[in-house]
Design a binder for this molecule. Structure first.
Ligand code: SF4
Ligand code: SF4
Length: 449
């Protein structure tokens, strides 16, 4: 077992964390898939409003490679296809029928998994709608299903350091057999499978600790597969490693065991404004309001997919294909009366100018920027937290002046899009968004067909 000690990073200890209790929710009335929240794809719908669909029917394909299909998370009728700016498909909403019908897929025994060819397995996962769970570094696009392309490694991500993500101790509970099935599937795709989890997992964790090959110690985002690759790579080809999150690996295994499109998801719900703070067992594409059992509280912003990496959603939104967390955070006041003389004992801040630096309790956090963007003051805070030593302070200036070769030399492709540099920047420069957009542009120019 290899232990990685990641020096940079930062743990944000904020109030409202979900407990490890698991509540099982009843089925919602409707579910949705949100193509606009799946990076890089160009969705082409295969259904129209009013069509009857089964759980596991194809809703849309990726025009870049129509073999990549996205399936319906429920059986019923397509109620709506919502379009956003420039006719981008934002959501395909399915009203569930009380007697959901479903597509069936091949059930595999352990011997079948050992006997299946790599090309057949890829086709099986494409047909079963789970191929998009495998993503490729450095861009984090869906892995290329060309059977002739092999990644140097597949990393199973068992980390959950970002505040309010589902804990592996909850979703892996009593799932050892399924987890082993998932690993067996990955081994058919790639000779090197790495299981990356926190150092605390090595001893046990429901028997899964013994499957962990690499552990980490360090603040967020030490658990990120991209950080692992950065600190362990032996050559440039390692930068093309694939990764999959632990819960998605279980879904893949479930498909082979049950022969049904697996829609079960464990979602972490929390935040200081949330009436519910625990893990919930629900299904893919669930409405956000369903997760807390009623309308979202006024004045709270629903943040889906993590406090650092997630996005603000509409209150009537749904959980996206990759997302497994909902945090309800206060919007925050536009201006705080005499805010500049308050000691800030309970306020989350990277800066040690607040008294909260000496407060070990979970701290309050709202969505207010508490200031406006201004020029970089060369404080180096972004450099100190960057887990891949990218020097964001210099790199962002090269992006803004269009010096792409220079940005690449700073390590743009190593950026794991963790959002820490943005969080700590006292000048409120959205560094992470700048790097993310530069990576997308580079992907479009160099990699995309
Ligand atoms: S540059 Fe990228 S990896 Fe470094 S802190 Fe910013 S977002 Fe994270
Ligand atoms: S944290 Fe912001 S102000 Fe400080 S060096 Fe980085 S970009 Fe400049």
């Amino acid at each position: 077992m290899t232990l990685l000690r990641i020096k940079n990073g930062y743990d944000l200890n904020i109030s409202g964390a979900p407990t490890e209790a698991l509540e099982v929710l009843a089925s919602p009335e409707r579910v949705a898939v949100l193509p606009a929240k799946i990076p890089f794809i160009k969705p082409k719908p295969t259904v129209a409003a009013g069509d009857a669909v089964r759980r596991g029917s194809v809703l849309f394909v990726d025009k870049r490679n129509p073999r990549i299909r996205f399936l319906s998370p429920g059986g019923g009728r397509v109620a709506d296809i919502r379009f956003g700016p420039r006719r981008a498909i934002e959501a395909i909403v399915v009203v569930l029928s009380p007697t959901e019908s479903e597509e069936s897929f091949l059930v595999m025994s352990d011997a079948d998994v050992e006997a299946i060819s790599r090309a057949e397995l890829i086709q099986y996962l494409l047909d079963g709608g789970l191929w998009p769970m495998l993503r490729a570094l450095p861009f984090r696009d869906i892995a290329d299903p060309d059977p002739n392309l092999r990644p140097p490694a597949i990393i199973v991500d068992l980390g959950a350091q970002e505040p309010f993500l589902p804990q592996p101790s909850v979703y892996l509970d009593a799932q050892t057999q399924l987890f082993d099935r998932g690993l067996a599937l990955l081994r058919r795709l790639c000779d090197r499978v790495v299981v990356y989890g926190p150092q605390t997992m090595k001893a046990g964790q429901n028997g899964i600790g013994s499957r962990v090959t690499h552990t980490y110690r360090g603040g967020y985002p030490a658990s990120d597969p991209g950080v692992m690759v950065y600190h362990t790579r032996t050559g440039p080809e390692d930068n093309r490693s694939w990764y999959i999150c632990g819960q998605d690996l279980l879904a893949m295994a479930r498909l082979t065991v049950a022969g049904r499109y697996p829609v079960e998801r464990i979602v972490a719900v929390g935040g200081s404004e949330s009436p519910v703070r625990c893990h919930v067992k629900t299904r893919l594409g669930v409405p956000l309001a369903h997760l807390i059992g009623g309308a979202l509280p006024a004045g709270a912003r629903p943040v889906v997919g993590g406090v650092f990496r997630g996005y603000g959603s509409d209150p009537d939104g749904y959980l996206g294909f990759y997302e497994t967390s909902l945090a309800l955070l206060p919007e925050g006041p536009d201006e705080e009366f005499l805010g500049f003389v308050r000691p800030g004992y309970g306020r989350a801040s990277y800066s040690r100018t607040f008294l909260s630096a000496a407060n070990p309790a979970p701290l309050f956090m709202d969505c207010n920027f508490h200031g406006e963007e201004r020029a970089c003051v060369a404080c180096s805070a972004c450099n100190r937290v960057c887990p891949v030593e990218m020097l964001p302070q210099l790199a962002f200036k090269s992006v803004l002046t269009g010096e792409i070769e220079e940005v690449l030399a700073y390590g743009l492709l190593d950026c794991v899009e963790c959002g820490l540099c943005t969080y700590v920047c006292p000048s409120k420069i959205d560094l992470c968004a700048i790097f993310k957009s530069a990576k997308r542009d580079y992907h479009k120019e160099q990699v995309a067909p």
